[in-house]
Design a binder for this molecule. Structure first.
Ligand SMILES: [Zn+2]
Length: 262
């Protein structure tokens, strides 16, 4: 039987999976990726992620949130819908949300304003957060110091350096998640991945983006999370099975994905 893995972040609700979504989910499951967390990026995608989770109980789980790229679509009304959806047992996280100053598809002040509501929602619902950080580390840390004490969650697709990782890990309830960039050259991620405490790391694909190297696929999918786990095992000089076990246990604990055995 293949080692069990969790893809802690895969946008399988996006249209790029319209032609073969069910096949993608089964291919991952058959290969041992028995749980997938699909974080919404706006109201519609959060709703779709929830419907996928309902259609695949114990396999697909949903997050509800507005991605920083879509920050201008957020409103109090949207927040009210998220609050209702967060009561559903298939919703295991608030997110993804965060700040993205790399692409800056929404104005910085809007992104910052929209960052606060999901923190409060996560606290009220006692759910973990899925936080997106891209070229925005200092602002995210500042806002978390002001509003994020006691929160649980994950910095998804962590992309910073060791000093930034340490600032993130200073929040006891937060983990770092590694994706395809860990398999690429020219970044500080191997060093971060070597130093992060074993009980605070997750793996993900961020499908359909960030295909791990050396794969040549144009679209990433949950099946490929094993390449991220393999790289992590190599960096930490651990057996693949051990990394699979540790990251799966972390994801189950963080998102409350228990109660399901293959
Ligand atoms: Zn994402």
């Amino acid at each position: 039987m293949p080692s069990l893995l969790v893809d802690s972040h895969a946008h399988i609700d996006t249209p790029r999976f319209n032609v073969d979504r069910e096949d993608v989910i089964s291919a991952a499951f058959e290969a041992g990726i028995t749980r997938i967390v699909d974080p919404g990026c706006d109201l519609d995608s959060s709703r779709f992620a929830l419907s996928l989770a309902k259609a695949h109980p114990g396999i697909v789980f949903a997050g509800v949130g507005t991605h920083p790229h879509d920050a201008t679509t957020y409103s109090d009304e949207v927040g009210t819908y998220y609050r209702e959806m967060a009561l559903e047992p298939e919703v295991v996280a608030i997110g993804e949300f965060g700040l993205d100053y790399f692409r800056m598809l929404s104005p910085r002040d809007v992104q910052r304003a929209v960052f606060c509501a999901p923190l409060q929602l996560a606290r009220d619902c006692d759910l973990p957060c899925i936080i997106h950080v891209r070229d925005s580390h200092d602002d995210v840390i500042e806002l978390l110091h002001a509003l994020g004490q006691g929160l649980r969650g994950v910095f998804h697709c962590f992309s910073g350096n060791v000093a930034q990782a340490e600032e993130c890990l200073a929040f006891n309830g937060l983990m770092l998640s590694f994706a395809g960039p860990l398999t690429r050259q020219g970044n500080a991620l191997p060093e971060v991945a070597r130093l992060a405490p074993l009980d605070r790391i997750l793996v993900e694909t961020d499908s359909p983006y960030l295909v791990p190297q050396p794969l040549l696929a144009k679209r990433n999918e949950p099946l490929f999370v094993k390449h991220v786990a393999e790289k992590l095992a190599e960096i930490r000089d651990m057996a693949f099975e051990e990394i699979a076990q540790v990251t799966t246990a972390n994801a189950i604990r963080l998102f409350g994905l228990g109660g399901f055995t293959r």
